[in-house]
Ligand binder design. Structure first.
Ligand code: PFF
Length: 452
């Protein structure tokens, strides 16, 4: 008989394995490509401060809620809502999460492919094959985009077929520490370059007169995407979590890791942006970023090329690590629909991974040839889809499952939780603060779409 749902599901081998895998899901293009771009576009340090507040005050409580739903039900996002209540609407919320995961993965793979391609661009540039280097560097190059995106998706599928502990956990455990190491070395280099001080100032000294509603809503969207919230990725990862683990503590580690790496990426890229500008690269036009989709891919190669022969080593390593960070996120994006297929349709894991992965690749190939589609996907599935999911997850925990049910689940691994400060504060955030803040973001996004 084909593997049954329960033995196909799997579980994490260790607490560290879970934290690294969940942090691996959170840390990705959102941190290294998205976050610095948003900082540059939205008022520097002021954005950083609001982003930190959104991550800790709104993101962290929602992450706790997702992990609790996942662990209590032991199911994918659709099955989890079915298991915890008889309400017919919420499984549809889970299904919306699965759809968002599929659609986000389809364009994420293309951007990850750009990063992967740049590792080779650096090599061809270094050996003087400038034509090949520029062919790879062209983000509008359809055939090249299709090749790298396909390689990326195949790697993702391969890891997912390996299962939870053998595939996901093993892969992320080695890759995450390596990423932090290289980021730190590169920050050290950039700090000592003449001209980086202006970037450091821009990044670290907030000018709060720049805070406006657009900035707050962008920071909220960024925090949600970066923490992998709102589409059930953490419900899924929580479903493999052992009852021994302390959920609020695990969520705090993951939030800190995600925010920490975004902060480091900004500390590298914002000063590097000013260095590139001093070298004549056009970064801003009329006070706005010249091209926000490709900022990182414009600025960083410029930095590496200015470093002489060590630049190629840094360039190749950096882009490989960025690809790896993206890979630990794509595996979590693919795991969501795969766990759904295993639990709800009893598909064996390898078959689910191949069928769904190749199906998503078909959409990625379309985006590879028409990268302008990325903007539309981001609007619908990130900017609307994730906050909508996050809002409904809060509503579910507060008003359907009830926060007391979630706290009872969290007593496993955190014995005194119901007497702790956490049990006084967290429910208030889930009842009021998070849904209200998310709903405002959502309405503002819809309003600005309608009014153009
Ligand atoms: N958090 C990832 C990043 O910052 O790149 C993106 C992501 C992964 C979003 C998984 C949502 C998700 F479920």
């Amino acid at each position: 008989m084909a593997g049954t749902a329960s033995n196909e599901r799997g579980s994490w081998n260790s607490k560290l394995g879970f934290i690294l895998a969940a942090a691996g899901s959170a840390v990705g293009l959102g941190n290294i490509w998205g976050f610095p771009t948003q900082v540059a576009d939205n008022g520097g340090a002021a954005f950083l401060v609001i982003y930190l507040l959104c991550s800790f005050l709104i993101g962290f409580p929602v992450m706790v809620a997702e992990l609790a739903i996942g662990r209590k039900s032991g199911k994918n996002p659709v099955g989890a809502f079915k298991a915890l209540s008889s309400n017919k609407f919420f499984p549809l919320v889970g299904l919306w999460g699965v759809i968002c995961g599929v659609m986000i993965l389809s364009f994420y793979t293309v951007i990850a492919g750009w990063a992967f391609g740049y590792a080779f661009e650096e090599i061809f540039y270094a050996v003087g094959m400038d034509n090949v280097a520029s062919w790879i560097a062209d983000v509008g190059n359809g055939p090249k985009n299709a090749i790298v995106a396909s390689l990326f998706m195949l790697a993702t599928i391969k890891i997912i077929t390996g299962g939870v502990s053998g595939g996901i956990e093993k892969a992320t455990k080695t890759m995450m520490p390596l990423l932090i190491g290289i980021l730190l070395i590169m920050i050290g280099y950039v700090m000592f370059q003449p001209g980086s001080a202006e970037g450091i100032r821009e990044y670290l000294l907030p000018d709060f007169s720049k805070v406006n509603s657009d900035l707050i809503f962008s920071a909220m969207g960024q925090a949600f995407f970066s923490l992998s919230l709102g589409m059930g990725a953490l419900i899924t990862y929580g479903s493999y979590l052992n009852k021994k683990e302390n959920i609020p503590q695990a969520a705090a580690f993951v939030t800190l890791a995600d925010v920490g790496i975004a902060f480091l990426a900004g500390l590298l890229i914002i000063p590097a942006m000013y260095l590139a500008q001093a070298n004549g690269v056009e970064i801003f036009v009329d006070g706005k970023l010249a091209d926000s989709t490709t900022l990182v891919f414009t600025v960083l190669p410029e930095l590496f090329h200015s470093m002489g022969s060590v630049g190629v080593v840094f360039g190749v390593t950096f882009f490989l690590l960025l690809s790896i960070a993206a890979l630990t996120s794509t595996i979590s994006l693919l795991e969501v629909p795969v766990s759904y297929a295993i639990d709800e349709h009893e598909l064996p894991r390898p078959k689910a991974a191949w069928v769904i992965g190749l199906g998503i690749l078909a959409v990625s190939l379309l985006i590879a040839f028409f990268p302008n589609l990325i903007g539309y996907f981001v609007t619908v599935f990130n900017n609307i889809g994730l906050p909508l999911g996050g809002f409904l997850i809060c509503v579910f925990v507060a008003y359907v499952w009830k926060t007391d049910g979630a706290l009872t689940e969290m007593e496993f691994g955190f014995a005194g939780i119901k007497q702790s400060m956490f049990s006084k504060i967290w429910p208030f955030f889930i009842y009021v603060v998070c849904p209200a803040a998310i709903l405002f973001t959502l309405l503002q996004t819809l309003w600005s779409l309608i009014t153009g």
